[in-house]
Design a protein around this ligand. Structure first.
Ligand code: PNS
Length: 169
């Protein structure tokens, strides 16, 4: 009997994708046959990067890894996971501060869809301090996020800064 490929969904806002996300995606790709990086398209929020740009960054970074796919979703995560036939939802757990929120989300998702397991992966210590929120803040204040985000994101942030500087000149 041939087993069906085991697919995991790694959901998030990815605004922007950070080296912490990349670390977790690479770990997930070693455990599952296919990893879908699922970008939440939330019309209530005004993101730094639009969904298309967030997807483009993920696709650029994982261009050489066919088992990693980027997709967008809205609505309930468990509905998306069910539609994709996912066996697991992957979340990164950086430190204790993440724990309560993540477990609440896990319990809620399990209540809604008991067949999809949530798996926590811990990023390497070098990536554990990174968050998209802090990256956005540093970038907005003109600081360097070198080493915190992949080159595809860095290039886009620098392009935006260049455009803003030209606008204000
Ligand atoms: O990158 P984030 O913001 O930590 O990701 C949060 C995300 C996208 C995983 C979460 O907000 C989510 O799953 N949203 C979809 C709506 C949903 O299913 N909510 C109920 C489950 S908690």
């Amino acid at each position: 009997m041939t087993e069906s490929p085991r697919l995991a969904v790694f959901p998030g806002s990815f605004d922007p994708l950070t080296n912490g996300h990349v670390d977790v995606i690479e770990r997930a790709a070693r455990l599952f046959d296919r990893v879908v990086v699922a970008v939440l398209v939330n019309p209530d929020k005004a993101p730094l990067f639009g969904a298309d740009e967030r997807l483009a960054c993920i696709r650029e970074v994982f261009a050489a890894q066919p088992s990693v796919e980027a997709d967008r979703f809205d609505g309930l995560l468990v509905d998306y996971a069910r539609r994709r036939g996912a066996v697991a939802i992957v979340r990164g757990l950086r430190r204790a501060a993440d724990f309560d929120y993540e477990v609440q989300m896990t319990d809620t998702n399990r209540h809604l869809e008991p067949r999809v397991e949530t798996v926590f992966l811990v990023p390497s210590p070098q990536a554990a301090f990174i968050s998209s929120t802090l990256v956005r803040e540093i970038a907005a204040l003109g600081g360097s996020v070198d080493g915190m985000v992949p080159d595809a994101v860095l290039a886009r942030l620098l392009r935006r800064r260049g455009a803003a500087t030209r606008r204000n000149a």
